[in-house]
Design a protein around this ligand. Structure first.
Ligand code: C2E
Ligand code: MG
Ligand code: MG
Ligand code: MG
Length: 288
């Protein structure tokens, strides 16, 4: 009986995640070929630094161009990759790809930190940590890792030790989706993180909600007290951008600035952004 319930739970969870259990099995089988065979690609989404009026960093987001199913977004295959123990291979591929793209951006005259999303599972994976460190060291470009707090909670001691190794290597650590999970202040204090990203669930309705602005403001103050910079993700409107600016938010990311786009579109975006005059409202929300 218990097994039946567990199966039903799995099926329900899978359906609610938008992918049937059968699909997940097929995707699991197809993943290794997809990673090795060039079906994965990256899109880049910039972050604007409010005071500097500059694009100081961007986030790499992985997509799967499936030969028959078309475009698959990470929400539909990252947990599959984790369960199939394929997430390390996928993430190491991502790191190599980002390093290659960083060279192209450097040739264009841009100097950005590119952030990569790291699954919690990988923070306990010694082989991954060592290989990632070596790749970043040899790559000689600015790389950041975005991790969620949930990633740390599984085995905090091990995760914090590995994050310290990565940070010592020069990798900038950012805490992703802050507020969406178990936001433990105890871990926040111990993590070698330089940046806190406020989850978009507090940002999307920022200017129409009573509570979200209070939560966002106190999170910004908390991060600053801990010497961290703050990014708000999910900024879709000028009104949200203006409010975040007044609250002292350091960086803004969202559809208002740019959707995640291909490397070539990202290069054009960076070029156009640089050409905009300082008083262009699209340059920054920070109008003195
Ligand atoms: P995340 O890291 O929190 O990324 C933010 C998600 O919000 C992205 O969805 C992005 O496209 C979306 N987004 C950005 N700006 C806006 C906005 O203004 N409004 C709204 N409504 N949404 C916005 P995406 O690309 O589908 O990624 C979903 C999640 O998948 C990511 O959440 C991240 O946790 C995970 N992910 C993506 N790439 C990777 C990867 O290479 N490795 C791992 N482990 N996870 C990844
Ligand atoms: Mg992220
Ligand atoms: Mg996020
Ligand atoms: Mg998120």
């Amino acid at each position: 009986l218990d097994d039946t319930h567990a199966d039903q739970d799995t099926v329900l969870r899978d359906l609610s995640a938008g992918t049937a259990a059968f699909d997940r099995l097929t995707l699991t089988r197809e993943l290794p070929r997809a990673i090795a065979g060039g079906e994965m690609f990256l899109q880049y989404q910039p972050k604007v630094h409010v005071r500097k009026q500059e694009i100081t960093s961007a986030e790499a987001l992985v997509r799967w161009q499936h030969p028959t199913r078309g475009l698959i977004l990470p929400g539909d295959f990252i947990t599959v990759a984790e369960e199939a123990r394929q997430i390390s291979a996928l993430t190491l591929w991502t790191i190599d790809e980002v390093i290659r793209d960083q060279r192209v951006l450097a040739a264009d005259g841009h100097d950005l930190t590119i952030f990569i999303n790291i699954s919690g599972q990988l923070l306990g994976d010694k082989h991954f940590v060592e290989t990632a460190c070596a790749a970043v060291r040899e790559g000689g470009v600015k790389i950041g890792f975005e991790i969620t707090e949930t990633a740390v909670i599984r085995d905090p001691e091990c995760a914090i030790a590995n994050l310290q190794i990565l940070a010592d290597q020069g990798i900038v650590i950012a805490i992703d989706d802050y507020g969406a999970g178990l936001s433990s202040l105890a871990y926040l204090k111990q993590l070698p993180a330089r940046e806190l990203k406020i989850d978009k669930m507090f940002v999307l309705q920022l200017t129409s909600s009573n509570r979200d602005p209070l939560i966002v403001r106190s999170t910004i103050d908390l991060a600053h007290a801990l010497d961290m910079e703050v990014t708000a993700e999910g900024v879709e409107t000028q009104a949200a951008m203006a409010l975040l600016s007044v609250m002292g938010c350091d960086m803004i990311q969202g559809y208002l600035i740019s959707r995640p786009v291909s490397i070539d579109a990202f290069r054009r975006f960076l070029h156009d952004y640089r050409e905009r005059p300082a008083e262009d409202p699209r340059k920054s929300m920070f109008q003195r």
